[in-house]
Write a protein that binds this ligand. Structure first.
Ligand code: GKR
Ligand code: MG
Length: 442
């Protein structure tokens, strides 16, 4: 017999708290420029009428905070089970191209609505999980794995561990601006976390030096450790094909070439050039392909063979699961993108990955770049062991907030001058006063 309407048990939302925080971040380099001394994040708490608190973490700075504040009134009194219904205008975001080519992730106005929706969706899932006593991965369809693999994510970097003045962090990994020092950085990450894959952030040094860096890593770690290279659109089509050709062996066996050049047309031209040379290295993207509307053209032109999902900007966990299904249908692989984050986001990534059968690569994570001093999760850093995050036997995302730490990170946000991510400004401040992001650079 079906349940009567009166048997329904809504989880009504009574309040939304929004916390802007600043987290020390080392001077990492990419084609966007150089990271600021603090990465900005937002922590949210969604409180039910029963006093249960669902939490989540998303992009930081002023714009994401304003966007969350703007939907606050639409949440109060609503049922957490019905989030897609009461925020339906935000789920899909605007139609058409939302390319991230000229924006750092989290600063793209075109995916602001899907980022806002995702932030609330995951907090609702945590709230539901904590109310009924189920882990998030089991609420969204059920886990297909208990342990989620992540990759080492080396970056060229300047000396420094992040933070400023009295608040500077120890430089755990040291400067890395050569093939040898970058390879030492990876060795240390593997030693600490047991990663089995490498995602290498390129687009910083001359392509020949980056080629040499990949070769050095291959010599150091052998052919059983897959390597992916991601210059964030820094290369021309010709350079991309040359790098793909030179690194055909190093990128084979589980590696890929990620966003070597800008745009779906550019990616398609690289693909054609490589295929002509008999090279089938997959092209991956989180820059040319960032939303469902990009997929038809990408498929038509065979521009990407791997898409990087990210629940933070794809519109939440269920959108990522739909993306996975679509990728499988079209024979496209699925990997996972990352930006700087703390343990709440890491657990979100792990839960959605755990409940996504078609996840064909170890996920990216910036987690090694943050320290225990900046963790907001009660009990400290989420363990990554043998390269994997284990889904804990706990409800919701499986983590709670450390409110003392949250207060410290909020205070740091208030004190620091940063209100959005601006890697170009950091380059001009520290490296070259005339620096501009030029695409393609090489
Ligand atoms: O942290 O500088 C960085 C990365 O370049 C990041 O912003 C990218 O979104 O991880 C990224 C990627 O393109 O894969
Ligand atoms: Mg990328």
């Amino acid at each position: 017999m079906s349940a009567a309407l009166t048997d329904l048990r809504p989880i009504r939302i009574a309040d939304l708290r929004i916390h802007s925080i600043a987290v020390a971040d080392p001077p990492l380099r990419s084609s966007y420029g150089r990271h600021q001394p603090y990465a900005l994040r937002t922590i949210i708490e969604l409180i039910s009428e029963d006093g249960v608190i669902g939490i989540n973490e998303t992009y930081g700075g002023e714009e994401p905070k304003k966007a969350l504040l703007a939907v606050r009134d639409q949440l109060i009194g609503r049922d957490a089970f019905r989030v897609t219904g009461f925020l339906s205008s935000l789920v899909e975001g605007p139609s058409g191209d939302r390319s991230q080519t000229m924006h750092v992730p989290g600063e793209n106005p075109l995916d602001a609505t899907t980022r806002t929706f995702a932030a609330i969706e995951v907090a609702c899932l945590d709230l539901i999980g904590k109310t009924i006593g189920q882990p998030v991965c089991d609420l969204i369809g059920g886990r297909v794995r208990d342990e989620v693999p992540f990759s080492a994510y080396p970056f060229y970097k300047h000396a420094g561990g992040g933070g400023e003045g009295d608040d500077a962090r120890e430089d755990e990994f040291g400067e890395a601006l050569t093939p040898e020092s970058l390879t030492r950085q990876v060795a240390r990450m593997i030693e600490l976390y047991g990663f089995k894959d490498i995602k290498f952030k390129a687009g910083v040094l001359e392509p020949d030096l980056e080629i040499e860096t990949v070769k050095e890593m291959r010599r150091a770690f052998g052919p059983d450790v897959p390597i992916r290279i991601d210059p964030n659109s820094a290369w021309t089509v010709e350079t991309s094909i040359r790098v793909g050709e030179t690194l055909r062996d190093e990128l084979a066996g589980g590696g890929y070439l990620e966003d070597p050049t800008a745009g779906i047309d550019g990616m398609a031209a690289v693909r054609r050039g490589l295929i002509k040379l008999g090279i089938d290295t997959p092209l991956a993207s989180n820059v040319a392909v960032t939303c469902f509307a990009d997929i038809p053209e990408a498929v038509r032109h065979d521009a990407v063979q791997v898409i990087l999902c990210d629940h933070h900007y794809w519109g939440g966990m269920r959108q990522v699961q739909q993306l996975a299904r679509l990728c499988k249908t079209f024979g496209i692989g699925l990997s996972m993108h990352s930006n700087n984050h703390l343990g709440v986001s890491l657990m979100g990534m792990a839960h959605v990955a755990a409940a996504t059968p078609h996840l064909t690569y170890a996920c990216d994570t910036h987690y090694p770049w943050q320290t225990a001093q900046d963790e907001v999760v009660l009990g400290g850093r989420v363990p990554i062991v043998n390269g994997c995050v284990k889904i804990p036997d706990k409800p919701g995302l499986g983590v709670e907030l450390d409110h003392d730490q949250l207060a410290r990170l909020k205070e740091r946000y208030e004190k620091c001058p940063y209100r959005k991510r601006d890697d170009e400004a950091e380059m001009r401040k520290h490296v070259d006063p005339g620096w501009k992001r030029i695409l393609p650079r090489w």
